[in-house]
Ligand binder design. Structure first.
Ligand SMILES: C[S@@+](CC[C@H](N)C(=O)[O-])C[C@H]1O[C@@H](n2cnc3c(N)ncnc32)[C@H](O)[C@@H]1O
Length: 261
């Protein structure tokens, strides 16, 4: 699964959204100490760079070295490539030691992980009892009625090329097993809703679609999801309001919990 993200790392870095300040403020308000965060599946650092503004140090890991190469270099962020099936020895040697982490984050990558293994790792590195895990996904983009209608035809047609784990995103992480305690002031672990957006022209929007793992899988099977007809439909829909640049919005769904005793 991890290799799906290698080839389109540049597209990914150029067009994937970053995340809003209110999401990070909410998460950070739930950890009493802001010393160390682990951003797993960091990609090109979309979340790590914002976490680094709040936490003294961030270790940001990904299985894809290609993704990490596009991440911003920051003095308090250490990027580390990790194997898909990281052992506990590798975790403690390359990521961080037992009981040292205030916050674990996973942005738009949790559905790709082997969850029993990941939960074991999280349980090992989080500080007890107040260490927090925050995982979120964003769902399909929203532009306007005309563009979204073309998008949904394309998205529905892309269904055979998504890995089955991706269904967790369509489910907004609602039913995933998440064995953590609600954080201060909340009576559940979510999902809690936020929103992010990015200004794009049509080329950016196409580059975003090309950054999908499903786009790459379809290409490998000889299928071009952005066929000439689909591109023409998008051009027509995008041009309707006369604005070349548009705000593309993505609803975000957050699960958050603390480890407890
Ligand atoms: C959709 S991207 C998300 C990147 C970034 N966190 C973001 O918010 O845009 C998913 C990332 O998870 C990484 N990934 C997939 N499986 C992984 C695993 N088992 N361990 C660590 N990273 C993994 C991929 O290489 C990819 O960079």
């Amino acid at each position: 699964m991890a290799e799906l993200f290698n080839k389109q790392a540049k597209n990914y870095a150029e067009t994937r959204p970053s995340y809003p300040a209110d999401l990070f403020q909410f998460i950070a308000s739930k950890t009493p100490v802001h010393d160390l965060a682990w951003d797993a599946g960091t990609g090109s650092g979309q979340a790590a760079q914002s976490i680094a503004e709040i936490y003294k140090n961030v270790v940001a890991t990904d299985t894809s070295q290609q993704q990490l190469e596009f991440a911003p270099k920051l003095p308090n962020v250490r990027y580390q490539q990790t194997p898909p099936n990281m052992s506990i020895v590798e975790l403690e040697r390359d990521v961080t030691a037992h009981g040292t982490v205030d916050l674990v984050t996973v942005a738009q990558a949790f559905h790709w992980f082997d969850l029993p293994t990941f939960y074991q790792q999280v349980n090992l590195v989080l500080k007890r009892p107040n260490g927090v895990i925050a995982v979120w996904c964003y769902i399909e983009p929203e532009v306007n009625e005309s563009v979204d209608a073309v998008f949904w035809r394309l998205y529905n047609g892309s269904a055979p090329y998504w890995a089955s784990a991706r269904k967790m995103v369509d489910d907004k992480y609602r039913s995933v097993y998440f064995p953590f305690e609600p954080v201060e002031g909340k009576d559940s672990t979510g999902p809690f809703e936020f929103e992010t957006s990015r200004s794009m022209d049509l080329n950016d929007y196409f580059t975003y679609i090309r950054s999908w793992s499903a786009y790459q899988t379809a290409c490998e099977k000889g299928v071009e999801l952005l066929s000439d007809d689909v591109v023409k439909d998008f051009e027509r829909a995008w041009g309707e309001d006369g604005n070349n640049r548009k705000v593309v919005r993505y609803p975000i769904f957050l699960r958050i919990g603390k480890i407890g005793n």
